[in-house]
Design a protein around this ligand. Structure first.
Ligand code: PMV
Length: 322
């Protein structure tokens, strides 16, 4: 059990958002979420079994408390006693609302199982990843992925080849850590926002609409329902006490650029997670126009273009970073 193993995963971008946990402490989502795994962005995580638990991300040692529950779940699920040493690198800014925890815990769950020499079905890896971060349950799978409310594991809906022309332009409006983590933000929202019960009910009713849009590969319908989901999520968070606002002026300016594009007949539908970045759904043939307009409106924005990507993969034969 002494060698390093490595898994790669990509972030899961929710088109329908998870925001809030079920009571009971099992890290189960209160809302269904439907996501696309973002090819073009990746987390690589090296793990070896033995010694005390430790995690570094891009060379920075992480708070052990954030990981202790996760590693205990891993040991219980795998039936091992060993600690895990993990080194992770992201190809994109960490903890800035680009869902690095989704790819991070998915890669970590896969790599821990591998390091312990256990073969696990993907659904079990997904359940394990969820113990670290709910959205990570989705990143285990590629393409389009559903995590039903209350579910232990995500389920793949369509693989990445299903909609190869779909693109997500990520507009990075600000680098650096977000002020309130999604974990704390959603706990505060569930505990104090008077709109939380409505948010949970509405999320459930958006699901058939989103699944139908995906089935028809209808980007306009999918973009519209995705906008409804993130708007309701942020409205619910805004009504928490104290209020939660993840947006900065540049976030709103990018949203405005999307509205202008739609008014001119260019399909560009934005979605926003727990941070200031904006992710824009569009067709591959519109990427240049979308990027040009966003950068014209907000020159300091940095953009990345993603596409439906793979779930976790085992990366062979590379040494971990120092
Ligand atoms: O799984 P977490 O704790 O990283 O929370 C994810 C929350 C959102 O990104 C805002 C929504 C989602 O479903 O990914």
């Amino acid at each position: 059990m002494n060698g390093w193993v490595c898994c790669t995963a990509s972030p899961s971008l929710a088109l329908l958002k998870y925001w809030g946990k079920l009571e009971g402490g099992d890290n189960l989502p209160a809302t269904p979420s439907l996501a696309v795994t973002l090819g073009g962005l990746s987390t690589r995580t090296w793990v070896r079994a033995g010694g005390a638990d430790s995690v570094t991300i891009d060379g920075e040692p992480q708070e052990p408390d954030r990981y202790s529950r996760f590693f205990n779940c891993v040991r219980a699920a795998l039936g091992v006693a060993a600690g895990f040493e993990a080194r992770s690198t992201n190809s994109f800014p960490t903890a800035a609302g680009l869902a690095s925890s989704s790819s991070g815990f998915a890669a970590l769950a896969g790599a821990c199982a591998l390091a312990a020499g256990k073969e696990m079905p993907a659904a079990e890896t997904s359940a394990l990843a969820r113990a670290g971060s709910v959205s990570a349950a989705r990143s285990v799978f590629g393409g389009f992925v559903l995590l039903p409310a209350g579910a232990r594991s995500a389920v793949p809906v369509h693989d990445r080849a299903y909609w190869p022309e779909l693109r997500v332009v990520v507009a990075i409006t600000q680098q650096g850590r977000k002020p309130v983590s999604s974990r704390d933000g959603m706990a505060r929202t569930a505990a104090t926002s008077p709109f939380f019960p409505q948010w949970v009910a509405q999320s459930q009713s958006l699901l058939p609409e989103a699944l139908a849009a995906l089935k028809e590969r209808d980007l306009e319908k999918l973009g519209d329902v995705a906008r409804a989901s993130f708007s309701m999520m942020h409205a619910t968070a805004l009504a928490a006490r104290p209020s939660l606002l993840y947006w900065i002026p540049e976030t709103v300016a990018v949203m405005d650029a999307c509205r202008e594009l739609r008014e001119q007949g260019v399909g560009a539908w934005e979605t926003i997670d727990a941070g200031p970045q904006v992710k824009i759904l569009c067709h591959a043939s519109d990427v240049d126009r979308v990027v040009r307009r966003v950068v014209e409106r907000v020159p300091q924005v940095h953009t990345l273009t993603c596409f439906p990507g793979d779930g976790i993969t085992i990366t062979a034969g590379e040494e971990p970073p120092a």
